[in-house]
Ligand binder design. Structure first.
Ligand code: THU
Length: 126
């Protein structure tokens, strides 16, 4: 799976974003070793902290189906700029794919990768 393909799938997943409070739509697509992909979007709630981010939706969908062999995760948003994962999502990604990469797209349409380890140095581990 190319980064371009994964970004395109994340953009499709963003169409299901439910974000009436922030109007900030996010989509994510996580690729596994056999080429399968799980997608996610942000889902907000009138009780704001109930909201879940797109990355954790995708990650938890996959984990809940017994998948852990992650290769990379693409994240896109309606901002038109590269959207880096929030702190909570960085910790969630660190748990399952600390040595893998996040795929992002900048405001010029350039697709690039970031190491999850660089996003959350000294991530928490039990
Ligand atoms: N959001 C994500 O989906 N992922 C992030 O990493 C950053 C924030 C969502 C949560 C909320 O629905 C909206 O963006 C604004 O914070």
């Amino acid at each position: 799976m190319t980064n371009e393909e994964l970004i395109a799938i994340a953009k499709k997943a963003m169409e299901n974003s439910y974000a009436p409070y922030s109007n900030f739509n996010v989509g994510a697509a996580i690729c596994l070793s056999d080429g399968s992909v799980y997608t996610g979007c942000n889902i907000e709630n009138s009780s704001y902290p109930v909201t879940i981010c797109a990355e954790r939706t995708a990650l938890f969908k996959a984990v809940s189906e017994g998948r852990r062999d992650f290769e990379k995760i693409a994240i896109v948003s309606s901002s038109g700029e590269a959207t880096y994962p929030c702190g909570m999502c960085r910790q969630a990604l660190f748990e399952f794919m600390a040595d893998k990469k996040v795929v992002l797209e900048d405001d010029n349409g350039k697709i690039f990768e970031v190491d999850i380890k660089d996003l959350i140095p000294h991530g928490f581990k039990l």
